[in-house]
Design a protein around this ligand. Structure first.
Ligand code: 3SL
Length: 241
């Protein structure tokens, strides 16, 4: 297995895709996707464009759909939910399709949606991702951070490091054989430094601070937990997990 980390979708090489692409947006899209699917949502369908979301979701039965969206962290006008994972309880999402649009996470998913396998990861479901990779051993794996509007975000790279470190430790790969690019070493070093204080890391992160200003303290607490959900969000058809 060759494992590559890209901090943002823009940094991933053009005209090539890996065997397995793993999209990360710890704050908060991929944490919300894992939570919603674990709570029994029928599927999560992602859109980078609000109009495209409206057109597609309009054709879905009204009692079986939930429109989830944020821009700049705030709920999209007229949508049922913002992007808080804490809203995705079984009472709210069970049996429903979430039509989701977010600032960065849904854009990263679109970037790799043609890969043979597309997964989404966050700290909360890190272990399920590691187990999938250990069982299926795809030849090339990309972990694609979502960043914030094209720039680096601390928490996504730390999550990439959490996956990589767990794999290296469990599979006994020599790191030099496993790492496809230098970013892998950087991601592992970052995670190693913060692994016992991920909530603190999220508080330092610029998007963490943005969310705190919006009153999302409990979201940060939730997103900082590791391996609490045994759920593997996998793309079933383009844009649908
Ligand atoms: O950018 C994204 O995709 C979102 O996850 C951002 S937010 O945390 O919902 O504001």
């Amino acid at each position: 297995m060759k494992f590559f980390v890209y901090h943002t979708p823009e940094l991933a090489p053009a005209n090539v895709l890996p065997d397995c692409a793993i999209v990360v947006d710890v704050l908060r899209a991929t944490t919300t996707i894992a939570t919603a699917l674990n709570a029994g949502a029928e599927a999560v369908q992602v859109f980078s464009d609000i109009d495209a979301l409206m057109q597609t979701s309009e054709k879905w039965p009204a009692d079986k759909r939930i429109r989830v969206g944020e821009r700049g962290g705030a709920t999209v006008d007229g949508f049922d939910l913002g992007n808080s994972p804490l809203s995705c309880t079984p009472e709210v999402v069970k049996g429903k399709r979430l039509f989701m649009t977010t600032t960065n996470g849904t854009r990263s998913l679109e970037r790799v949606q043609a890969a043979a396998v597309v997964l989404t990861a966050a700290f909360i479901n890190r272990r399920a991702i590691v187990e999938y990779l250990m069982t299926k051993t795809p030849e090339t794996v990309w972990v694609l951070g979502s960043g914030w509007e094209g720039s680096y975000s601390l928490e996504d790279t730390a999550c990439a490091g959490a996956i990589a470190q767990n794999l290296v430790n469990e599979m006994g790969y020599p790191l030099d054989d496993f790492a496809g690019n230098d970013e892998v070493f950087g991601a592992i070093a970052l995670y190693s430094q913060w692994q016992n204080k991920l909530f603190e890391l999220l508080n330092h992160a610029s998007h963490g601070q943005r969310l705190l200003r919006l009153g999302c303290y409990d979201d940060l607490k939730y997103c900082a937990q590791t391996d609490i959900l045994d759920i593997l969000p996998m793309q079933k058809e383009p844009g649908v997990l």
